[in-house]
Design a protein around this ligand. Sequence first.
Ligand SMILES: *Cc1c(COP(=O)(O)O)cnc(C)c1O
Length: 378
Amino acid sequence: MIYLDNAASTRILPEVIQELVKSCEEYYGNPSSIHSAGQKAKKLLENSREVIAGLFGAEGKEIIFTSGGAEGNNLVIKGAAEAYAYKGKHIITTDIEHPTVLNTLLDLEEKGYEITYLHTDKNGLINVEELKDSLRQDTILVSVMSSNNETGVIQPIEEIGKILSKTAVFFHVDAVQSIGKDIIYPKESRISAFTASAHKFYGPKGAGIVFLDKNFLVKKQIFGGHQERNRRAGTENLNSVYGMQKALEIIYGSIFQEQMNEKRLHEYMEKRIKNEINDVVINGEEADRLNTITSLTIRGCDVQTLLVALDLRGICVSAGSACMSGAFLESPVLKAMGLSKEDLKSTIRVSIGRYNTMEEIDFFIENLKEIVKTERGE
Ligand SMILES: *Cc1c(COP(=O)(O)O)cnc(C)c1O
């Protein structure tokens, strides 16, 4: 099987599996218990918190462990909306956010909040001037993703952080696609909160991180016990958090090498596709992008047919976004970038990762060429 859907999820690192199993055998107490098994578990958990905080240049108390990206985005956005409603009910975001952000904001809209959606140009980039013009007295939060899960397009986070640092507006970044591919120091970038998810960086599914600046207080969204400094109830996902820590340490330890490797594969793949298949578009091509994601419109081909045909040959890619597979809804992200109805139905996402090889890319391209030829009746 050739797995080219790393933006949807990644295969867990073998070293992480080993560490996970070991930790499950050894650490099984509840970190809230006061007996020695509980305290042993608590020590492991708090050590993971310190290590992870260190990698982000943050303090341990600024790290909240969650179940992943969806929960993290809900916690920060809803939590901020509720905590700061007394100051205002206006939130700014973009029209290309992940559904876990957009649908959370949609719910807030129904509850009386006002949301401004920043538009993107044809490369999927927002305009910082439009952001400046959208700021109001009652704006409490700006939420902009660091890189897009469908196109890989990177937003000007540093610039936004600088602008917002002169205001009282908090800045949330959905960094799920970036953490593990880029190094983010939230304090330097003046980010108030970011969200990350372990299964996007070769860790276990069901574990995530929220960095929350100590001056940014959000209302808790899951009630019960007082875990996570009373910001998220529930017995901690101790072993997966430990696995997530290990994954992050390993990824950070080789990040520049991986970036180089991925860049090489990515550039090679896009160059071959453009040279050898006519009438294709790489969406967001002119913008700064991650070295891992290619949003590819292949005119005259239907996305559903392409995905099935590739899968029959053992190649996994996806439609615009994993969240839409099965339903084949039109991608709001690509729509916002101005793709025509026809092009929306002809777009696949190819996302490479650390296990992919040049041979796999060649195999993918050879098969894609054959499938496209058949589809187009050439
Ligand atoms: C995958 C993803 C999420 C959701 O993360 P989960 O851990 O799967 O809930 C949020 N935002 C972006 C940009 C993503 O790619």
